[in-house]
Design a protein around this ligand. Structure first.
Ligand SMILES: [Zn+2]
Length: 250
């Protein structure tokens, strides 16, 4: 895999679900790829260091690569599912929401991916402890809000962070670490999933834009915590050393 142009300019993709076109999706379905080496690099060099700084000391044992991998995998699965056409006669969700589509769709994939993880774990199709999936997801929120408001992923994670905070899904201690409340985390997940699917189904672009302005933001307290990560030199993203000269086949 070689990353060039737009794909190499911003945040590095770690998994894909294609095609994006709804018509082909409904006729032929979708396929997913997971880029495990890129995921492992992000997990080791970014997610774990973030967790060490910002996740409650007693919950750090729940940060697991397998949970990260599953959360990302079901994020991609969720892209392939869900509402493709509005229920209000406004055509596809994508065409109705226009520039507001991408960030909301990323938020949908995050939250419904976690919903699937929760359901499959209950059915015994996945192994592990839900605490691992939820705590790793929490660290993932803190990782991905750093992509900023210019990124669809950044905005989606800000919405989720702020929604979860309001619902008490986690608590920030005075020493600046975040502790997951597992029961409330599940409740908030269901609530946000409901909210996002309803916004998509209604195809109300103004409502989505308002949600983005209200929730797709980083409050000063969170910003101060993120600044601690930058000061520690924890990167926002990885950089690929790639190309024919790196491979020695020039
Ligand atoms: Zn996505």
């Amino acid at each position: 895999v070689y990353y060039a142009g737009d794909c190499n300019a911003g945040s590095k993709t770690i998994a894909v679900n294609l095609p994006n076109d709804e018509e082909i999706q409904q006729q032929k379905g979708t396929r997913r790829s997971q880029l495990k080496n890129a995921m492992k690099a992000k997990f080791d060099k970014i997610l774990v260091p973030i967790a060490k700084e910002l996740i409650d000391k007693d919950q750090q044992k729940y940060i697991k690569f397998d949970s990260f991998f599953a959360n990302v995998m079901f994020h991609e699965v969720a892209h392939g599912l869900g509402i493709k056409n509005t229920i209000t006669g406004k055509g596809t969700v994508r065409s109705a929401l226009k520039e507001q589509y991408s960030w909301l769709e990323e938020g949908k994939a995050d939250i419904l991916g976690l919903y699937m993880v929760t359901g499959l774990l209950k059915k015994g199709e996945l192994t592990g402890d839900i605490k691992e999936y939820y705590t790793t997801f929490m660290a993932g929120l803190l990782r991905s809000v750093r992509f900023g408001a210019s990124s669809a992923h950044g905005k989606a994670n800000m919405q989720c962070f702020n929604y979860f905070k309001e619902q008490g899904a986690f608590q920030r201690s005075t020493n600046g670490t975040y502790k997951v409340d597992f029961d409330k985390f599940a409740t908030a997940m269901n609530g946000l999933g409901n909210l996002i699917i309803t916004l998509q189904g209604n195809g109300d672009r103004v409502a989505v834009e308002n949600a983005q302005k209200a929730k797709g933001i980083i409050a000063p307290e969170l910003q101060a915590d993120l600044d601690r990560l930058s000061k520690k030199g924890i990167p926002v993203d990885i950089v690929f050393e790639q190309g024919v000269d790196v491979l020695g086949v020039k």
